[in-house]
Design a protein around this ligand. Structure first.
Ligand SMILES: [Zn+2]
Length: 271
């Protein structure tokens, strides 16, 4: 039986003129993931040249994960809920006939630089998938107490479900720190598809919740690399997986100090 290969990309914001504060989070590290709108356009064009339109996870799940055709699909996701999803990103996807997944940190809905309730509803109306990205966006979610993890998932899922008038069962983990406990708590909150930041196509079923890795796009990721990843090329994915492993070791060794180290590296643009 062929098992479908699912490759997901994580983008964040698309900004103009280096205005990092215009969309999404404003800490130094966040800027690493914000692309200029023109660059974002180049990414979309490069991907469109080599890939079919991206899939949406709910469609894939309802069709089954082992279809006779198309052994590989790709998906595009956007974390945090920055307002550029509404002002720049969605219309660009739609021009190509594409739909994306937008993951919202619900405590920030309506805050400066973030989408408000009406904008989120509008994206859903236009066919995009909306999911939770926790409430408060803890950077080290797996290190939070179980009660907080449960609350982060259940309250954000409830709020979005109420906002959209349908059951929201998608989520992505903020800060990239995954653990089985984080996935189990998400499952308990009704999440059926949980996107991590681990650069892998390996999938796991945990308590009825499908966890899926993703490949992160940073502001200096070239359009060519993004297209190579989306189209299933192995080398750029292996490179990300190696870097991820190195970072994981650094995090385990340095814990809290790692976040500070990461900030310093971000300033020097070495990270
Ligand atoms: Zn995030």
């Amino acid at each position: 039986m062929t098992v479908m290969e699912l490759i997901s990309l994580i983008y964040h914001d698309a900004i103009e003129g280096g205005a990092n504060e215009s969309s999404g989070f404003n800490w130094p590290d966040a800027a690493l993931y914000k692309l200029e709108v023109g660059v974002f356009d180049e990414h979309l064009q490069a991907i469109a040249r080599v890939c079919e339109r991206p899939a949406v996870i709910s469609d894939i799940l309802s069709a089954g994960l082992s279809p006779p055709s198309s052994p590989r699909k790709w998906m595009i996701t956007f974390d945090d809920g920055g307002v550029s999803a509404y002002t720049h990103i969605a219309e660009r996807l739609e021009e190509l006939g594409w739909r994306g997944h937008f993951f919202i940190a619900t405590d920030y809905i309506g805050a400066k630089g973030f989408m408000d309730r009406a904008q989120i509803r509008e994206l859903r109306r236009r066919g995009h998938a909306i999911g939770s990205h926790s409430c408060s966006h803890p950077l080290r979610m797996a290190s939070c107490g179980l009660r907080q993890i449960e609350r982060e998932w259940s309250a954000s899922v409830a709020l979005l479900s109420d906002l959209l008038g349908e059951r929201v069962d998608l989520a992505s983990i903020p800060g990239g720190q995954y653990s089985r406990r984080v996935a189990e708590a998400a499952a308990q909150a009704g999440v059926r598809s949980l996107f991590t930041s681990e650069p892998t196509i390996r999938r796991r079923q945990i308590a009825g919740c499908l966890t899926l890795g993703r490949y992160a796009i940073q502001r200096w990721t070239s359009p060519r690399t993004a297209a190579a990843i989306a189209s299933g090329k192995v080398v750029p994915r292996a490179r990300q997986a190696l870097l991820w492993l190195a970072k994981k070791i650094a995090k385990a060794a340095w814990g809290e100090h790692y976040l500070k180290f990461r900030e310093s590296m971000a300033r020097l643009r070495l990270y």
